[in-house]
Structures are given as structure tokens and as C-alpha cells.
Design a binder for this molecule. Structure first.
Ligand code: CP
Ligand code: NVA
Length: 336
């Protein structure tokens, strides 16, 4: 590999554990692996290894990305679904970690609290990768940064605006990732949805080092002025009770990404991003149910923006696979 990155033996639990240079190294490695895949160049660098995927919440992109990436790297995969394992119910995290470490070279975990994946990693003898917790979604951010770098040719100095619930996994991880690699980050939402004050303080330190700015805005028009990227996520995340929909819609409807908001950036080149899945129409079970109940055609983003030429959400989704491959390869092998 041309990208020299030695993360061998490290866990990938949250971006706070990595330097800006390491995060950018992962983005570069993702790009290199993507180019190899497109050119049909085999890259079975982890031949003969096996990984376990634990999903306590559902997934399309993350699961498929881990599975395809593992196969491209020459590895075997075992998937444990939300019902299919003893974890937490009949066997502790610590015991699970030790059992899986004796059979697998790496473990992916998607679930609830960040402390669960941290505990799993503490007891595991092999790298543990966070496939989403309520607090963090670090593999998503590597894909997002790759997508932005592909689109704009660079990361440093880009103006990135996150609209919506900024206290949850996506808002948190995007803020850390942007601050560490020099992307100017703005969160735009009512104050009660701003990220945790301690995390903001840490990110202010990273931003100072990287040259990025951090802003917290309640006014959408002020937030998006000059934005290169407008990003949003669902208003109600996996694992949250259905009762919170009403409050979220009331609070976050003014922060919906729609064509009028996209125009307020003052730039024609602004792109729209979303980690997906998205409620941009009523063609999903939940979208339809909530849309009809609250009289809305879309939630966090309109169909018009989602389907527009400014939307790069499917490039972003594809990049999940290339970036998860980079995370696995760099933590399993020495690439120096
Ligand atoms: N973006 C993302 O993590 O998608 P999935 O929930 O489908 O894995
Ligand atoms: N905030 C969302 C992200 C999904 C990728 C959730 O946790 O459901």
C-alpha cells in the first residue's frame, strides 16, 4: 500500500482516540482501496482471518460494508443478529469478548451505550470496531470525509453545517472528525440539541490545533451562509421510543433541509449529505406512519433535495464499504 499507517492492534471505538493525521490516513487508505477495487486489483491482505459482527440494532450499509470488505480482504465473516447471540442476556460482555477473541481476529459491535463497546474492547484480545453506538458512529465519518475529499479535492477549510439533533451519534462524531482534520463545523438546532459541553470543549482544543472553527447556531439562515456541505440525520434514532417523534418534529421542523435552505448558502456548489437511512418521503413504514400522523411529506430532508444533483448521499453510502475496509486492514495488519 502507498498509504503508510500503522494502527495494528488498535481498537476503532471513537474518533477521540485518533489524531487528525491518523484520521486523514484512514481516508487516504480508503481512497487507495477504492481505486484497487475499481481497477479489479485483488487485495486479499487478511487471507485466512475471520471476523465476528455483532448487531444489537439493525443495519443495511454497515453490515453489508463489513461483510463485503471482509470478503475482499480474504476474510471469513460470522454475523450475530440482535436475537442470535447470548450477549448481555445470558452472557456478560466480558465473557463474550474472551470467547470471541479465541476464534476471531476482529470483532465489530453495533448497539446501545458507548460503554458497552468500550467494555467489549477492554476484555477482547483482538481489535474491536464500533459499528454505531448511541454516542458515536466513527466508521461513518471516515466515509463522509472521503466523500467530501473526493468531491472538493481537499478537506481543510471546508464549511460543514450539521442540521438537526447534534447531541447524538452523528452530530458528536462529525464534530470530532471535522475539528480534528480542519473542517469548519457548525451545528444548527435548538440549544437543547447542542452536543455535550465537555465534548464541545475537547473539540475546541482540536479545532485550535487543526485551524478549524466550531459554531453553534439556532438560526438556520445564519448557519448555512457560505456552507460547502449541509448534512442531516434522522430526528429519531434507533433505540429511541416512538413517543419522542412529536417533540422532535415540533423542535426540529424549522431545521429541515429543503430547497429554500440550500439556496441560502449563497453557493451553487453546496452539497447535501446524509448518513442514511433518510425519511425524505412516505415510502417507508415509519415515514408513512409518522408523516400521516403529523401531516408531513418528509422529515429531516425533502425529497426534492434528496433527489437533487446537489445530493451526494449514494456516493457517501458506497464509501462506507471502502472506509470500513481501511479501518479493518489498518488495525489488523502493519502497513508501514
Ligand atoms: N449509515 C448507516 O450506518 O446505515 P445502516 O444503519 O444501514 O448501517
Ligand atoms: N442517528 C442514527 C444514525 C443511523 C446511521 C441512528 O442512530 O439511528
Amino acid at each position: 500500500m502507498n498509504t503508510k499507517l500503522n494502527l495494528q492492534g488498535r481498537d476503532f471505538l471513537k474518533l477521540l482516540d485518533f489524531t487528525g493525521a491518523e484520521i486523514e490516513g484512514l481516508v487516504s487508505l480508503s481512497a487507495e482501496l477504492k481505486a484497487m477495487k475499481k481497477a479489479g486489483v485483488p487485495h486479499r491482505y487478511c487471507e485466512g482471518k475471520n471476523i465476528a459482527l455483532i448487531f444489537e440494532k439493525t443495519s443495511t450499509r454497515t453490515r453489508c460494508s463489513f461483510e463485503v470488505a471482509a470478503r475482499d480482504l480474504g476474510m471469513g465473516v460470522t454475523y450475530l443478529d440482535p436475537q442470535g447471540s447470548q450477549i448481555g442476556k445470558k452472557e456478560s460482555i466480558a465473557d463474550t469478548a474472551r470467547v470471541l477473541s479465541s476464534m476471531f481476529e476482529g470483532i465489530e459491535y453495533r448497539g446501545y451505550g458507548q460503554e458497552i463497546v468500550e467494555e467489549l474492547a477492554h476484555y477482547a484480545a483482538v481489535p474491536v470496531w464500533n459499528g454505531l453506538t448511541s454516542e458515536a458512529h466513527p466508521t461513518q465519518i471516515i466515509a463522509d470525509l472521503l466523500t467530501m475529499r473526493e468531491h472538493f479535492g481537499h478537506l481543510r477549510g471546508l464549511n460543514f453545517v450539521y442540521m438537526g439533533d447534534a447531541r447524538y451519534n452523528m452530530g458528536n462524531s462529525l464534530m470530532v472528525g471535522c475539528a480534528k482534520v480542519g473542517v469548519n463545523f457548525t451545528a444548527c438546532c435548538p440549544e437543547k440539541y447542542f452536543p455535550d459541553a465537555k465534548l464541545i470543549a475537547a473539540c475546541e482544543g482540536f479545532a485550535k490545533e487543526s485551524g478549524a472553527t466550531l459554531r453553534f447556531e439556532t438560526d438556520p439562515a445564519a448557519a448555512v451562509k457560505g456552507a460547502d456541505v449541509i448534512y442531516t440525520d434522522v430526528w429519531v434514532s434507533m433505540g429511541e421510543p416512538v413517543e419522542v417523534w412529536e417533540e422532535r418534529i415540533n423542535d426540529l421542523a424549522p431545521y429541515q433541509v429543503n430547497a429554500a435552505l440550500m439556496r441560502k448558502t449563497g453557493k451553487d456548489e453546496t452539497v447535501f449529505m446524509h448518513c442514511l437511512p433518510a425519511y425524505h418521503d412516505l415510502k417507508t413504514q415509519v415515514g408513512k406512519e409518522m408523516g400521516e400522523k403529523f401531516g408531513r411529506e418528509a422529515m429531516e430532508v425533502t425529497d426534492e433535495v434528496f433527489e437533487s444533483a446537489q445530493s451526494i448521499v449514494f456516493d457517501e453510502a458506497e464509501n462506507r464499504m471502502h472506509s470500513i475496509k481501511a479501518v479493518m486492514l489498518s488495525t489488523l495488519e502493519n502497513l508501514q
